[in-house]
Ligand binder design. Structure first.
Ligand SMILES: Nc1ncnc2c1ncn2[C@@H]1O[C@H](COP(=O)(O)OP(=O)(O)OP(=O)(O)O)[C@@H](O)[C@H]1O
Ligand SMILES: [Mg+2]
Length: 268
């Protein structure tokens, strides 16, 4: 797809991109609400749950929150879950400590993880395990994951966990085998889609960080992007970028509803 629209509109970089820098993440009230729950779970050494629609901004919110943690006091351990076994999850956690192992012994792997966590606790550094895409985890993983949080007969809550995932994550946690994990959840937040006004602010913000002062989007185009995206950021990114490309192909410095409609016909 043509990138000449960037020159046409005068962008200094790709607008509406996924690799948004931490300093450019909008600190929405939603992020603040998630941050409060994050802090609460960390203080208690428990578990917090963050759910939301695909592309609503869950990972971005957590990226911002984790970036605020002072490295001398906190040790974030960020893993992106897969559909693999618990062994894979354990290996992913160890890889974050730069420990690579081929062992298939659950006992050995949990011992190795707990050793790392205990060492951090001794140094008064707070580990926080963040599991993104946790809705992909198998039930077998949910059934066992809590065991790595048990220190000294469950009396030392050294390893808080933040689970991030789509809406079915909450359903999975209702499963009987997930009860030990679910019983440790102390806070949860569902990331909602945004309203028309916030979508407007969002679009202007992304235009600005890509070097554009004035918005080329007509009011009706903003409404169309809002409606077409259902208030979901990633979908809005695609519609906004697609409609800019359509407008540039039209040699039009303004983006109208028809441009958004054309963009919508190319995405899911
Ligand atoms: N607070 C924000 N400020 C600026 N841009 C944002 C913000 N939140 C999300 N975005 C934009 O929306 C896009 C989608 O967000 P993100 O990847 O965090 O969604 P997600 O909920 O984690 O999606 P998935 O369910 O697919 O994992 C990001 O790539 C970014 O461009
Ligand atoms: Mg994500």
């Amino acid at each position: 797809m043509s990138s000449s629209y960037r020159n046409f509109f005068g962008f200094s970089k790709e607008p509406f991109s996924a690799d948004i820098e931490i300093k450019n993440i909008i600190q929405t009230p939603e992020i603040k609400a998630i941050n409060d729950r994050f802090d609460y779970a960390v203080t208690l050494g428990s578990i917090a749950l963050v759910t939301g629609e695909i592309g609503a901004g869950k990972s971005t919110a957590l990226r911002w929150i984790v970036a605020q943690l002072h490295p001398s006091r906190f040790r974030p351990i960020w893993i992106t879950a897969s559909t693999g076994s618990i062994l894979e999850v354990y290996r992913q956690i160890l890889a974050e400590f730069e420990i690579n192992t081929a062992t298939s012994s659950r006992a050995t792997l949990t011992r190795m993880i707990k050793k790392q966590i205990s060492e951090l606790a001794l140094k008064r550094i707070q580990p926080v395990l963040v599991i993104d895409e946790a809705s992909l985890l198998r039930l077998e993983v949910f059934a066992e994951l809590h065991t790595i949080t048990q220190f000294e007969g469950d009396s030392k809550p050294w390893l808080p966990i933040i689970l991030i995932g789509q809406n079915n994550l909450a359903d999975n946690l209702l499963h009987r085998s997930a009860t030990p994990l679910a019983s440790r959840i102390v806070a949860r937040r569902h990331l909602e889609s945004v309203n028309r006004e916030k979508m407007d602010t969002y679009l202007v913000h992304h235009l600005k960080i890509a070097g554009l002062k004035n918005t080329p989007f007509e009011d009706a185009a903003v409404t169309a992007i809002f409606q077409g995206s259902g208030g979901i950021f990633r979908k809005a990114n695609h519609l906004a970028r697609g409609s800019l490309i359509a407008a540039a192909a039209d040699q039009s410095q303004t983006v109208n509803v028809e441009h958004v409609r054309l963009a919508a016909s190319e995405i899911f």
